[in-house]
Design a protein around this ligand. Structure first.
Ligand SMILES: C[S@@+](CC[C@H](N)C(=O)[O-])C[C@H]1O[C@@H](n2cnc3c(N)ncnc32)[C@H](O)[C@@H]1O
Ligand code: SF4
Length: 402
C-alpha cells in the first residue's frame, strides 16, 4: 500500500484512498436469486438447487488462475456481487477470502463487501459472513414503501427491510443499502419523506439509483405496452436534486452519481472501477480490467452459470474474452468512469493511462461551452463534472467525446 493511501485519515479513523489511488480489486459474481425482479438485467438466475461445494471449488480454481497472472499486487478490496450472494454458503465466501489472502498481499484495511437481499438475511447468516471475513454489507432495500416494493416485484416488506438493516448494523461496522427512485407517479414530497425514514436507519453509506428500463426485462415489455409511465425528465431531475440535498445535509455527500457517503466511508471497491484501476472479475459474466506489462486488457467470463461452471472445471477459467485496449479506448473509458465521481478524473493519471492529456481527448469548443455553463470544471489536478453536470452526465459526455 502506498503512503498516499495511509496518509489521509478519515474522521472515522479509517484511511481514505487518496484521489488518484485506484487500488486493485477482486469481484466475485454469484449468479443466483430466489426470484427475478422485473426491472433487473443483472446476470441473475433462479435455480431449484445449487451445489454450493461444487461452485466453491470452481471459484477457487478461477482465483488461482487469475492470481498466477498478477503476483505480488496488493489487494485493496473484494466484492461479492450478484445475483444474491447472501444466498451463497458462508463457507464458500470464507474459502474464497482465505484463498485470496493467501494468493496476494492484502492491504491492512482491505474492504470485503457482500450484497445481501433483505429476504435472505437472517442474523445468523450475517454473523457467519462476518466470520468468513466480510467486513461490509450492502443490502437491496429498494424502497421503504410497501406499494413501491410490490411494484418492483420485491418479496420483502418495508418492515422486513428495516429489520434486515438493523441486523446488519448490529453485526457490521460498515453497511450500505440501495434505494430506487423515479418510480411511476413518484413525487418529490413523498420521496423526501422516504429519504427521511431511510436516514433514520442509514449508516455511513447509501446507494440511490434512478429506475431505468433495461432491454430484456419484464419492465421493458410492460413499459413498452404502456402499463406504466416513468416521471418526466424535470421531475427526475428534481428527485435527484432532492436526494443530493437531503443526504448531503445529513452528512452523506454525493461522491458519485448514485452513491452517498460520510467522508472516508466511500466504497473503496467501487472507487477502483471509477478511478479506472485494475480489477479481476470472477464468476459467470464478470468483467475485468487488467494491466499486464503496460498493456491494458478488458476481460469477460462466460455468462451462463452452468457453462461457466463446466468450463472452469475443465479449463481452470471460463474467460471468453480478452481485448487489448488501445490508448484512445483507455482514455475514453477513464473519462466515462471518472466523470461520475465528484472528484473527477486525475489529470496526471489520465495522461499516464491514455498517453496524452485530457485536452487531447475532448472537443475543446464543447468543453469551453460546458465550463461556461457550469457543467464541468478544470483544476490543475483534476477534470470534473460539477453537481449540475453529473445530473445530466449523458449529455455532457456526448458533447465532450461523442
Ligand atoms: C445486484 S443488485 C443488489 C443485490 C440484491 N440482489 C438485491 O437485489 O437486493 C444491485 C442493485 O442495483 C439496483 N438496480 C438493479 N436494476 C436496476 C434498474 N433497472 N434501475 C435502477 N436500479 C437498479 C438495485 O438497487 C439493486 O439493489
Ligand atoms: S435486483 Fe437483486 S434480487 Fe432482484 S433479480 Fe436483480 S440481482 Fe436478483
Amino acid at each position: 500500500m502506498s503512503a498516499a493511501i495511509l496518509d489521509a485519515a478519515a474522521p472515522s479513523g479509517r484511511p481514505v484512498p487518496a484521489p488518484g489511488e485506484p487500488g486493485f480489486a477482486l469481484y466475485v459474481h454469484w449468479p443466483f436469486c430466489l426470484s427475478k425482479c422485473p426491472y433487473c438485467d443483472f446476470n441473475s438466475h433462479v435455480r431449484e438447487r445449487v451445489d454450493g461445494a461444487r461452485w466453491q471449488r470452481a471459484y477457487l480454481k478461477e482465483l488461482e488462475q487469475a492470481a498466477a497472472e498478477t503476483p505480488g499486487r496488493t489487494l485493496t478490496s473484494i466484492f461479492f456481487g450478484g445475483g444474491t450472494p447472501s444466498l451463497m454458503p458462508p463457507e464458500a465466501a470464507a474459502a474464497i477470502v482465505e484463498r485470496a489472502r493467501a494468493l496476494w498481499p492484502a492491504a491492512p484495511d482491505i474492504e470485503i463487501t457482500l450484497e445481501a437481499n433483505p429476504g435472505a438475511s437472517e442474523a445468523a447468516r450475517f454473523r457467519a459472513f462476518r466470520e468468513a471475513g466480510v467486513n461490509r454489507l450492502s443490502i437491496g432495500v429498494q424502497s421503504l414503501d410497501d406499494a413501491a416494493l410490490e411494484f418492483l416485484g420485491r418479496k420483502h416488506s418495508a418492515a422486513e427491510a428495516m429489520a434486515a438493516v438493523e441486523r446488519a448494523a448490529a453485526v457490521f461496522d460498515r453497511f450500505s443499502f440501495d434505494l430506487i427512485y423515479a418510480r411511476p407517479g413518484h413525487m418529490v414530497a413523498a420521496w423526501e419523506d422516504e429519504l427521511e425514514r431511510a436516514l433514520a436507519f442509514a449508516g455511513e453509506h447509501l446507494s440511490v439509483y434512478q429506475l431505468t428500463i433495461e432491454p430484456g426485462t419484464a419492465f421493458h415489455t410492460a413499459h413498452g405496452r404502456g402499463d406504466f409511465a416513468l416521471p418526466d425528465q424535470d421531475t427526475a431531475a428534481d428527485l435527484y436534486e432532492a436526494t443530493r440535498a437531503r443526504l448531503g445535509a445529513a452528512g452523506l455527500h454525493s461522491y458519485e452519481i448514485s452513491n452517498h457517503a460520510r467522508p472516508g466511508a466511500e466504497s473503496r471497491h467501487n472507487l477502483t472501477y471509477w478511478r479506472y484501476g485494475d480489477y479481476l472479475g470472477l464468476g459467470p459474466g464478470a468483467h475485468g480490467r487488467l494491466t499486464l506489462g503496460g498493456a491494458k486488457f478488458a476481460t469477460r467470463r462466460h455468462r451462463a452459470p452452468e457453462i461457466w461452471l463446466e468450463r472452469v472445471e475443465r479449463e481452470a477459467t471460463a474467460e471468453t474474452e480478452r481485448t487489448l485496449l488501445a490508448p484512445e479506448e483507455r482514455g475514453r473509458e477513464m473519462l466515462l468512469m471518472g466523470l461520475r465521481l465528484a472528484e473527477g478524473v486525475d489529470r496526471a493519471r489520465f495522461t499516464a493511462e491514455a498517453g496524452a492529456p485530457i485536452e487531447a481527448f475532448v472537443d475543446g469548443a464543447a468543453a469551453r461551452c460546458l465550463a461556461d455553463a457550469g457543467l464541468i470544471a478544470w483544476t490543475p489536478e483534476a477534470f470534473r463534472a460539477t453537481d449540475a453536470g453529473r445530473q445530466r452526465l449523458d449529455a455532457v459526455l456526448k458533447a465532450l467525446v461523442g
